[in-house]
Design a protein around this ligand. Structure first.
Ligand code: GDD
Ligand code: MG
Length: 371
């Protein structure tokens, strides 16, 4: 099986600000590589040899990282003049594709057996088959009601609370037949979720199936941390997770960890990162490439991007520090605090309760106290 794929990467990622101020959402790092890498690896594992990256705006960062593709998976780019919505984007990007194809949202993480999905798709003769996944709260997603044989009865994007009567939602990955493209008028924004799937459901030609496997929508700081935990705990099976080995510890050979520092697994230390004496990194912590955790600092259940500095005696717990950010000594970050890329915090600041510092902002010493 080698279906081509269209990967949608047009969205803005506003709920992940300020992390997305300088890096597009799909290119934010997850442990040691961009989020989008996991999607490409997943497709590659199931024999996908060609994918079109469908972009609502310029894909510079994606092209810089992936260029024309990875081993065994070639990439093309379809850039819309103005964003065409999920359906319009699929129609635009699939012009160059023949036969059945995968279409997927590039902003969620998943591990599902795509061969099984295609086999199910063929067995029903559907025009479209949607991968489904259960979630606790379907309100932010596309709710999908199916008959016992998997035929979709209703597709309801962003259901109201009183409309929620199943936990199954659209996991953002489809097998589509070329006939679906006929339902997408060119030249104007079209939502596949609000226009195309409801129409296919009314004619009984779209099916859905929930397959076992990991799924996570990475849309908020909370889910961004969750994704890191799941990779580090190997709940989401990945190449990086495997590289952590039996001791759940991956220290890049070019990193430097002082013998007087402590690493508590699961933990990842990137290339050229430095952990100084008396510091503790972990558990569930990532210190990105070229970053420094100074003496006596603690980073736990937290993510520090690349080239950042965590000053002496800082405590970063359940929080996120963006690339190139600097924390002076004795700062405390707790409960989903987010320091944007390139921000600079003077010593002794305390950030709590989801407080977010914008990209490049400068905060004087001891200006913020939330205790
Ligand atoms: N090329 C392009 N052009 N891509 C777009 C456009 C566009 O105009 N608009 C959105 N996208 C991309 C986004 O980047 C994302 O990867 C995907 O299409 C879905 O759009 P979102 O804006 O992220 O939608 P959502 O998260 O609210 O809901 C979608 O995903 C859920 C699962 O995470 C829907 O597909 C739901 O039904 C689904 O449950
Ligand atoms: Mg989304």
């Amino acid at each position: 099986m080698s279906l081509p794929a269209v990967i949608l990467v047009g969205g803005q990622g506003t709920r992940l600000r300020p992390l997305t101020d300088r890096t597009r959402k799909d290119m934010l790092p997850l442990v040691d590589r961009p989020l989008l890498s996991y999607t490409l690896e997943h497709l590659g594992r199931y024999g996908v040899e060609h994918a079109v990256i469908s972009c609502g705006y310029l894909p510079d960062q994606i092209e810089a990282a992936f260029g024309r593709g990875l081993t065994g998976l070639s990439l093309d780019y379809a850039v819309e003049k103005t964003p065409l919505g999920t359906g319009g984007a699929i129609g635009f990007a699939a012009r160059s594709v023949d036969g059945s194809f995968f279409a997927l949202n590039g902003d969620s993480l998943r591990e599902a057996d795509l061969a099984e999905l295609v086999a199910f798709h063929r067995s029903t003769g559907a025009k479209a088959t949607i991968l489904l996944t259960p979630v606790a709260d379907p309100s932010r997603y596309g709710l999908v009601r199916t008959a016992a044989d998997g035929r979709v009865e209703t597709f309801l994007e962003k259901p109201r609370p009183e409309e929620i009567d199943t936990d199954l939602i659209n996991a953002g990955l489809y097998v589509l037949e070329p006939e679906v493209l006929e339902l997408i008028p060119p030249g104007r924004p079209v939502s596949i979720e609000r226009e195309v799937f409801p129409r296919l459901a009314s004619e009984g030609s779209v099916y859905g199936i929930a397959l076992p496997g990991y799924w996570l929508d990475v849309g908020t700081p909370e889910s961004y941390l969750q994704a890191h935990r799941d990779v580090l705990e190997r709940l989401f099976p990945t190449e990086v997770g495997n590289a952590l080995g039996a001791d759940f510890t991956l220290v890049d050979p070019a990193a430097s960890v002082d013998p007087g520092a402590r690493l508590v697994p699961p933990v990842y230390v990137g290339p050229d990162a430095v952990v100084e004496t008396g510091a503790r990194l972990g558990s569930l912590a990532v210190l990105g490439a070229g970053s420094r955790l100074a003496a006596g600092g603690v980073v736990e259940n937290a993510v520090v991007g690349s080239r950042a500095t965590i000053g002496a005696g800082c405590s970063v717990v359940g929080s996120i520090v963006g690339d190139d950010a600097e924390l002076g000594s004795e700062c405390e970050l707790h409960n989903l605090a987010v320091v944007g890329p390139g921000a600079s915090l003077g010593g002794g600041n305390v950030l709590d309760h989801g407080l977010r510092i914008g990209a490049g902002e400068t905060i004087p010493a001891k200006a913020l106290r939330f205790s």
